[in-house]
Design a protein around this ligand. Structure first.
Ligand SMILES: O=C(O)C1=C[C@@H](OP(=O)(O)O)[C@@H](O)[C@H](O)C1
Ligand SMILES: C=C(OP(=O)(O)O)C(=O)O
Length: 413
């Protein structure tokens, strides 16, 4: 059995930074994720005038329930959608003029349902180039609150942003949701709001968020479940065993359920409260699986799918087309380059069994494409990546960690 230590959760770190900034007092974050996304989030907070101190393993944030200290600021959100969607929403609850921009790809990704809802709530917000996209300027003067309707069918992050800001509004929010993708991420949000002292009530499709102060806490960030998927998949694929400590049935993260997909494919899975172990059984079964709830792990599954003994069909994942790249298209193109038969539709991909051959993987700047096809490389000599460094978005140490796993298993790098 090999133990793999996984760095902190991107989703939990982003929420913890927002909540810490919004809380009264000093919040201490332990084992936060150190990566381009989370550093971008922290630097965005600093640009807004929040005090964020980053030491190895411990980040400290001085909360400002009244909002950003800066009266004017310009924030570069880079490639992180949590930063690009949560920070303008946080800033809207303060007072000042705040401009936000993001990477080319993040500029293409949608924002409209969120910025539309903020405008419905009275926020003065202008998109500079294209409606519903970065860059944008918020002329913030607090948010009164009230009822708002939201379509979160393209991204749950729109709902998370509104939920997180709700307690900072004068009268609280009633958010009625007409559609919702990636629902388990909203559960992370609600659980963490509770950890910071605020309880959201649900009435059917409506979330009732009280106007109530967040309290500063000492908070330990759990390991990232989406990152864990690569190492759990590696075990299932190679017939070996991997244990990830710190992630289990007690986790806030829905992506822990990727282990269930591996179980359905024939791997042995032991899910404890605080650890997960996957042991490959030498054979992977094909399956049909809907992954709307855990779509960050679609590339992981696609990358091991050729080794299954039957077709792997992944359904209900339209939103993977509007992530760091069009992931259905990127998976299909790379699988074809590996000589694997594959078909895609609007919101699905089907992969047929084949022994992949050597290929140069086009990562499209997407960390998940790079990490996923590195796992294919465990059983396929001659796989190279056009942009290995793109893993910096969530796991700068990925290639080192995989090399250590190979060494522990006596495999050549
Ligand atoms: O709220 C979050 O932390 C996230 C929500 C999901 O996005 P969508 O809701 O846009 O699918 C997920 O894919 C992303 O990596 C992180
Ligand atoms: C989709 C992702 O990130 P985000 O939407 O937060 O940029 C991801 O990490 O796979």
């Amino acid at each position: 059995m090999t133990v793999v230590e996984i760095p902190g959760s991107k989703s939990v770190t982003a929420r913890a930074l927002f909540l810490a900034a919004a809380a009264g007092g000093t919040t201490v974050l332990r084992q936060p994720l150190v990566s381009d996304d989370s550093e971008g989030f922290a630097e965005g907070l600093s640009a807004l005038g929040y005090q964020v101190d980053r030491q190895p393993g411990v980040w400290t944030v001085q909360g400002r329930p009244e909002g950003p200290a800066a009266e004017e600021a310009s924030v570069q959100c880079r490639d992180g959608a949590t930063t690009a969607r949560f920070l303008p929403t946080l800033a809207a609850a303060g007072h000042g003029v705040f401009r936000f921009d993001a990477s080319e790809q993040m500029r293409r990704r949608p924002l409209g349902p969120l910025t539309g809802a903020l405008r419905d709530l009275g926020v003065d917000l202008v998109h500079e180039r294209q409606e519903g996209h970065h860059p944008l300027t918020v002329r913030a003067d607090g948010i009164k609150g009230g009822a708002v309707t939201l379509d979160a069918g393209l991204s749950s992050q729109f709902l998370t942003a509104l939920l997180l800001v709700g307690p900072l509004t004068a009268e609280g929010l009633r958010i009625t949701v007409t559609d919702l993708v990636s629902a388990p991420y909203v559960e992370i949000t609600l659980a963490m709001m509770r950890d910071f002292g605020v309880e959201v009530r649900r009435e059917g499709d409506t979330f009732v968020v009280p106007a109530q102060p967040y309290r500063a806490v000492d908070y330990r960030v759990e390991p990232d479940a989406s990152t864990a998927s690569y190492f759990l998949a590696a075990a299932a694929l190679t017939g070996r065993s991997v244990t990830v400590p710190g992630l289990g049935s007690d986790s806030h993260q829905g992506d822990v359920a990727f282990a269930d997909v591996l179980r359905r494919m024939g791997a042995e899975v032991e899910l404890g409260r605080d650890s997960v172990t996957v042991t490959g059984r030498g054979r992977l079964r094909g399956l049909t699986v809907a992954m709307r709830d855990i779509s960050d792990t679609v590339p992981t599954l696609a990358a091991i799918a050729p080794f299954a003994d039957g077709p792997v069909r992944i359904e209900d994942v339209y939103n993977t087309r509007i992530k760091e790249c069009d992931r259905l298209d990127a998976c299909a193109e790379n699988l074809r380059a590996l000589g694997v038969p594959v078909e895609t539709g609007r919101d699905w991909i089907e992969i047929r069994p084949a022994q992949p051959r050597a290929a140069h993987i086009g990562c499209r700047g997407d960390h998940r494409i790079a990490m996923s096809f590195s796992i294919t490389g465990l059983l396929t000599p001659g796989i190279t990546l056009d942009d290995p460094g793109c893993v910096r978005k969530t796991f700068p140490g990925f290639h080192q960690a995989l090399a250590e796993l190979r060494a522990a298993w006596g495999m050549q790098s």
